[in-house]
Design a protein around this ligand. Structure first.
Ligand code: NAD
Length: 343
């Protein structure tokens, strides 16, 4: 069962919870905006659902709610940011803002980040750059082995679900083209959902603990692994993504007990290559060509990457966000423990 809450209600509640847990107003605003936007775009797995576990990490002392990310070293077009063990959302925002600023003057810039918690829906950071007219790429990975994703042809997991996001700005304020996904065949949250509902999963998603393909989701939780999407091609993208994120951030030097999310954010100013309006027209021409393709049987229309998120955001901003009872109860319990009133 789900209940409907407005984005404004959820933002107020998350802001109050995160503030009561020790975060300054600026951090609380970033975290609240990020998780609610994940819910707005239809990616509930990275939405308000995450708040109780973040508060738990603050309670354990591993997440520093008031710490400020800082630049370790930089050049006119690069920077390395240490997240100081704070929220991944805050670190990602600081790192992306810096990449945007540097690409504005250098034409192309890259910023890496580590020592933060999970950075949420990483498409948000790609969209942030695109909002400034910049092509933006984000590679994310965990610094140390999570044993979640098995390499193509391998028996056991060795890296995390290793997501990547790319955004391309469009003309006339249209939402950007947005590629944003884990490089695993499916997000881990969907396995939890299949487990909760007792369903089997399609072939090609998981291996059992012996490295054999299986459709029994319980085998994943008994020491199995996720497979990459798209066979050897998705696997190759996982490898590049993990190596960019960990290799350029220095996350490998962290102690495995630290929050080792790693990000590499690259912004490219199209204007450094050709006039922005010419670039924009080239993008719109390709987009229009794709949209004009008649839908195949079983489809209503051809969508561009990013359209599902933009439509969901527009719809849920009007109609509200469905929050499952389990998520709402966990949020309420967290709020109660911190003395935060719930509307
Ligand atoms: P997904 O499988 O839902 O794919 C989403 C992508 O596919 C988007 O770019 C979307 O626009 C595009 N898309 C969907 N349907 C489409 C269609 N019909 N036509 C064209 N494009 C279409 O994504 P996922 O792998 O389940 O990941 C979900 C979220 O989880 C992402 O936001 C990702 O950033 C996040 N994530 C984060 C981490 C982390 O460590 N921070 C780890 C894993 C996943």
């Amino acid at each position: 069962m789900a209940q409907i809450r407005t984005a404004a209600q959820l933002t107020r509640l998350v802001r109050a919870i995160v503030t009561a847990a020790g975060a300054p107003a600026t951090h609380a605003e970033i975290v609240a905006t990020s998780v609610v936007d994940a819910d707005l775009t239809g990616h509930e797995s990275h939405g308000v659902l995450r708040i109780p576990s973040l508060v738990e990490a603050i309670g354990k002392g591993s997440l520093k709610p008031a710490a400020t990310p800082f630049v370790v070293h930089e050049s006119p077009s690069t920077a390395v940011v240490d997240g100081a063990a704070t929220f991944g959302h805050v670190g990602a925002r600081v790192a992306t803002d810096l990449a945007i600023q540097k690409a504005g003057s250098a034409g192309l810039a890259g910023v890496s980040l580590t020592r933060v918690t999970h950075a949420g829906r990483i498409g948000e950071w790609a969209e942030l750059g695109a909002g400034h007219g910049l092509i933006t790429m984000v590679a994310a990975s965990r610094a140390h082995s999570t044993g979640t994703l098995a390499p193509y042809g391998g028996r056991v997991g060795a890296i995390g679900t290793t997501p990547t996001a790319w955004a391309i700005p469009r003309l006339e304020g249209r939402p950007p083209i947005l590629l944003d996904f884990a490089t695993s065949a499916v997000a881990q949250g969907k396995l939890q959902l299949a487990r909760a509902t007792g369903q089997s999963v399609p072939p090609g998603w998981i291996l059992d603990a012996e490295g054999r393909p299986t459709t029994d989701v319980e085998e994943f939780f008994r020491g199995g692994a996720l497979l990459p999407f798209g066979g050897h091609k998705g696997y190759a993208l996982s490898v590049i993504t993990a190596m960019l994120a960990v290799g350029l951030s220095g996350g490998d030097l962290l102690d495995p007990s630290e929050h080792g999310s790693c990000l590499f954010i690259m912004c490219v100013d199209p204007e450094a290559f050709r006039p922005a309006d010419q670039f924009g027209r080239a993008i719109e021409e390709i987009a229009a060509r794709l949209k004009a393709v008649p839908p195949a049987e079983g489809f209503d229309e051809v969508l561009l990457p990013g359209e599902p998120e933009a439509r969901s955001r527009a719809r849920r901003s009007q109609e509200g966000i469905p929050v499952t009872d389990a998520t709402w109860e966990a949020l309420e319990a967290t709020a109660r423990r911190l003395g935060v009133p719930v509307e």
